[in-house]
Design a protein around this ligand. Sequence first.
Ligand code: PEP
Ligand code: MN
Length: 405
Amino acid sequence: MSNNEPNHEECDATKMTKEQEDDNPPSQMLRWVGNKNLSLQITIMQATEQTTVSVKDTWNKRPLIISGPCSAETEEQVLATAQRLAATGKINMLRAGIWKPRTKPGMFEGVGAKGLPWMQQAKKITGLPTTVEVATGKQVQDALTFDVDVLWIGARTTVNPFSVQEIADALRGVDVPVLIKNPINPDLELWAGAVERIARAGVKDIGLIHRGFSSYGNTEYRNAPMWHLAIEMKLKHPDMLMVNDPSHICGRRDILLDIMQKAIDLDYDGLMIESHIDPDNAWSDAKQQVTPEVLNEMLDTIIWRKEDVNSEEYHAALEKLRQQINHLDDELMQVLSQRMKIAEQIGTFKKENNITILQTNRWNEIIERASAKGEKIGLSKEFITKYFDAVHMESINHQKKILDS
Ligand code: PEP
Ligand code: MN
């Protein structure tokens, strides 16, 4: 147990504790809710009820902004966070972790099913639809019993086909939208596989959450964004909702805004950001959470970009620039083709002299020369290396054809 995380005992979902009973003022009404897997006594506060926005309408909102604490901790914390988020007028959906997958045992692992009525109550008070993370079939059933509107599959679950299949089986015949976070390791096939399993269960509304990928050692980010992977996933599923989770990418507050802006610049459909009424004392992910008011300011600071505008002038100017790009791309391909022809001549030469295709020294010389030149004209070393790797591979293939002929 880490020092700053309270020691919360496992919750027994079947009965109310003495403490909970004492906490319930007489103005509150008690109701029993049950199904074969779950029997919970929940508290319905007689607060002004808001009309909950239909989850289908919310799902189609752009940008879709989801926020709430990393973890539901207490009823007061969930309700206060929800109310302060709703007061910004910028939040479309309330999130909270109920069951928390933690890297090490002994840390706060979520309040469990007793947090579900808190989310239900928060929805009643604010009108915000709710979303929670599920990792097992039982958690799916419990969440649905308490009218959770959207379920999300966490990064540690997306990596495990057994768990994803168990969730898919629990979702058969249920019309509830599901968000699927990228797996913790940079494996697009696992992400795509999870989408396929949930889709095969008949779930119509599936969305993606890009929360970054874990990497070894200390980096600027808690989870490297690896934007290219999310973009590739988006290209595979162009019509699927794609939300960015800057909180788990950054792991800290100071760079959240940069990542949020980048996601919006890349035309993401929305953001999922963790918020807490007292971030420094949050029971999980304290460093990355912000208050609802700070989040409000951040959302005001972001430059919201549109994918398109209806101005003829803009389209004409864009078209001109695109023509120039097409023209340059054609030229680049011509030059590359000429380069390959020279590589083939070298191949012929090597064949006549019985020499290997790959000559490491020459390759190092090419990369060093190109990196130095590229840097002077604004091309990053990373790009130059990737580009020459691809060109070199193609060149080797051309030479090999000659050697094999
Ligand atoms: C979370 O959203 O709180 C969470 C646990 O996220 P992830 O699955 O991305 O680690
Ligand atoms: Mn978290």
